[in-house]
Design a protein around this ligand. Structure first.
Ligand SMILES: Cc1cc2nc3c(=O)[nH]c(=O)nc-3n(C[C@H](O)[C@H](O)[C@H](O)COP(=O)(O)OP(=O)(O)OC[C@H]3O[C@@H](n4cnc5c(N)ncnc54)[C@H](O)[C@@H]3O)c2cc1C
Length: 383
């Protein structure tokens, strides 16, 4: 159970979402389908309430909350606005490398702004030819002086980057040597750096307010004191960040599935066919029971992994399990929710068809669910 303070934060999130996000989400997502637009005001509202920096140290502007609380906050947001919940999770991911691998000096210099609630980060890992196969990336950072660098010059293109063009900083993974996965490094690139350019936003199936586009590094000079961790440590940093980040996606998928279930239950109680509510038919009631079991088990799996993380124990396999279970369950629950509403579920009069489209991407990003199975099975068979 969360502490009283943790529960207060979860309750506060629910209130803010009901008051500030729920009234605007449907229109914003509909409009963004034709003209992709990041809902910056929604992030400002959450930032002002201190909800963009929950798991990070108070010393640097965070709220020092257990991951368990942070994830329940993400779940609450997702139950109202999935794109924004994904954005909160992505922002959390972008702060992780400095917070975990940065020097004390870097934490003092960089984290207070990153955690201020005013800033939004982007996480630049994927490339067109390096999605699941991160080590295939070609974006390169060349030091001005190999033995004592003062800066790195970045050249290359990242793909699929959430918040591209809007972010205040870009936590970027780049190649600093040709040594495969051991040749990657992590740099935090300022959002106003010269030579940072952006592609046209992708036209996606859903999650329209999570705007995604290419990030071009056209000879971007970044000071060497923005290198996080050692040179060559980039792959380890990226994978470690993703262990935590994919729990954010598991929590968001759970919130989305809960929202779909709630709508389906309301409809099943209300809608009459054959002279009685459709929920009175066991065939439909059992579908709802299976949906409840799927949502509950998704929540239990992300909380289990979060509690291991909060206790300082290994949680990588459990995070992969949670991501796999929560996102596959979200896909099934949102699809079944459309079924419960019949023809109405297939229209834009209800948000269920949008939930179903939004669920799909959770099986793809932050490591596809095939990659989660790879992570889980490798750990099972190791040693
Ligand atoms: C909306 C959205 C937002 C995103 N945001 C970001 C972001 O902010 N930052 C970022 O860096 N990236 C982001 N991504 C990229 C995302 O992480 C990648 O799409 C994802 O990692 C998969 O890479 P890919 O699309 O290149 O697929 P591929 O790697 O080409 O995979 C294609 C298919 O092959 C399967 N496959 C690949 N390798 C294996 C294997 N070894 N075994 C079994 N199956 C395999 C995959 O599971 C998948 O089904 C985003 C993507 C989307 C759609």
């Amino acid at each position: 159970m969360p502490s009283e303070e943790g529960q207060d934060l979860i309750d506060l999130t629910r209130e803010i979402c009901a008051k500030e996000l729920a009234p605007v989400v449907d229109e914003a997502e509909r409009d963004a389908a034709t003209t992709p637009k990041l809902p910056l005001e929604a992030f400002r509202v959450l930032g002002r309430a201190g909800l963009l920096s929950l798991p990070y140290p108070e010393e640097f502007g965070g709220a020092e909350q257990p991951y368990e609380v942070y994830l329940q906050v993400v779940e609450e947001i997702a139950s109202v606005w999935m794109s924004v919940a994904v954005g909160v999770s992505v922002h959390g991911l972008t702060c992780y490398p400095v917070a975990t691998f940065g020097t004390d000096e870097q934490k003092k210099r960089l984290l207070p702004d990153m955690l201020s609630g005013d800033q939004l980060g982007a996480y630049c890992l994927s490339e067109r030819s390096a999605g699941s196969d991160v080590a295939a990336m070609t974006t390169r950072a060349v030091a001005d002086d190999e033995t004592d660098p003062t800066s790195y010059r970045l050249k290359g293109t990242k793909a699929w980057i959430s918040h591209a063009g809007h972010a205040d900083f870009y936590t970027s993974f780049v190649r600093t040597s040709d040594d495969g996965g051991r040749g990657l490094s992590c740099l935090v690139v300022p959002g106003d750096a010269q030579g940072l350019e952006f592609g046209t936003p992708e036209k996606k199936m859903g999650l329209h307010c999570d705007t995604v586009s290419e990030v071009h590094f056209e000879g971007v000079d970044v000071a060497a004191d923005r290198l996080v961790g050692e040179r060559g440590q980039g792959m380890a940093i990226a994978l470690s960040a993703l262990d935590s980040g994919r729990l954010g996606i598991a929590a968001a998928a759970t919130g989305l599935a809960q929202a779909a279930l709630d709508r389906a239950v309301d409809y099943a109680k209300d809608r009459q066919q054959f002279g009685r509510p459709i929920g009175d038919n066991q065939g439909l009631a059992f579908l709802l029971a299976d949906m409840e079991a799927a949502v509950t088990s998704a929540r239990a799996s992300y909380l289990h992994a979060a509690r291991l993380k909060d206790a300082g124990r290994p949680f990588g396999k459990e995070a992969a399990v949670a991501k796999l279970v929560a996102t596959d369950n979200a896909m099934r629950v949102t699809t079944d929710a459309v079924q419960v509403l019949g023809g109405a579920g297939y229209t834009q009069d209800f948000p269920l068809e949008r939930y179903m489209r939004e669920a799909k991407v959770t099986q793809i990003f932050e490591g596809t669910n095939q990659i989660q199975r790879l992570v889980i099975s490798r750990q099972l068979l190791r040693g």
